[in-house]
Design a protein around this ligand. Structure first.
Ligand SMILES: Cc1cc2nc3c(=O)[nH]c(=O)nc-3n(C[C@H](O)[C@H](O)[C@H](O)COP(=O)(O)O)c2cc1C
Length: 220
């Protein structure tokens, strides 16, 4: 089963991690955008992330996602493919305790970068401390040690000084702190426009050309 989970190609790849903060849809939007741009994506969802997804998006309603997910991998991936119109060969879903995964090592050269979106304050603190207890934390740690792009999208409000210190620490370690804060200069007409704006900003930060949002053109 683990070999199937690793059945990706040698295509340029990104890691997308969804943790247990509000705004899971941002993570799926980025997954879809990267796949649409022909990148392979390794998707990891933390156990609390599943709780938020169930609550906010009504997905995985009949799956017990609290335990070991190896036997549920196919069902989880099928539901994501059907909801977000994705193909089987676009991404792999990885259990967050699958620390033997390719992306847990710096030797995975086709992996170009990673985004933790949305990033809970718990994951933020553990990544900032280098506490690599699960695959999200370990893959983030690998990005930083390999000097690859790590985009962290913290979701909480307001922030306390622990949150802010952890963000500054991660910024100083090379991560990009990109909070999912919408802009209004682009006159969003829907929640979808706001989600696309954040997705586009992450693609920008990863160096991927995109037209996911209306850019500020300046005054004449
Ligand atoms: C519905 C729901 C929404 C949550 N929203 C947030 C949030 O926006 N930010 C946050 O830091 N934690 C939030 N939490 C709490 C985290 O899920 C919790 O701290 C969890 O331990 C984070 O674990 P993880 O970082 O491994 O995903 C939320 C929890 C639930 C159930």
């Amino acid at each position: 089963m683990k070999e199937n989970l690793e059945s990706e190609t040698e295509r340029p790849s990104y890691v997308v991690a969804i943790t247990g903060a509000s705004g899971a849809i941002f993570g799926f939007s980025l997954l879809k955008a990267l796949v649409d741009h022909s990148y392979f994506v390794y998707l990891i969802i933390s156990k609390p992330g599943f709780k938020v997804i169930k609550d906010e998006l009504g997905m995985f309603a009949n799956l017990d996602t609290d335990g070991n997910l190896i036997s549920l991998t196919g069902k989880i991936k099928d539901e994501i493919m059907s909801k977000f119109e994705l193909h089987d060969d676009g991404f792999a879903f990885l259990d967050d305790m699958f620390l033997e995964a390719k992306i847990a090592s710096g030797s995975a050269k086709q992996v170009k970068g990673m985004a933790v979106i949305p990033c809970s304050m718990g994951s933020l603190s553990r990544i900032a401390c280098g506490n690599s207890g699960n695959l999200i934390e370990r893959a983030s740690d690998v990005m930083l040690k390999e000097r690859k792009k790590l985009i962290v999208c913290p979701r909480e409000t307001p922030f306390n000084d622990i949150h802010l210190k952890n963000m500054l620490s991660l910024n100083n370690s090379g991560a990009v702190i990109l909070p999912p804060i919408p802009a209004f200069y682009n006159k969003p007409q829907s929640v979808g426009d706001m989600i696309s704006f954040i997705t586009g900003k992450i693609l920008d930060s990863l160096g991927i050309d995109n037209d996911m949002y209306v850019r500020w053109k300046g005054y004449d």
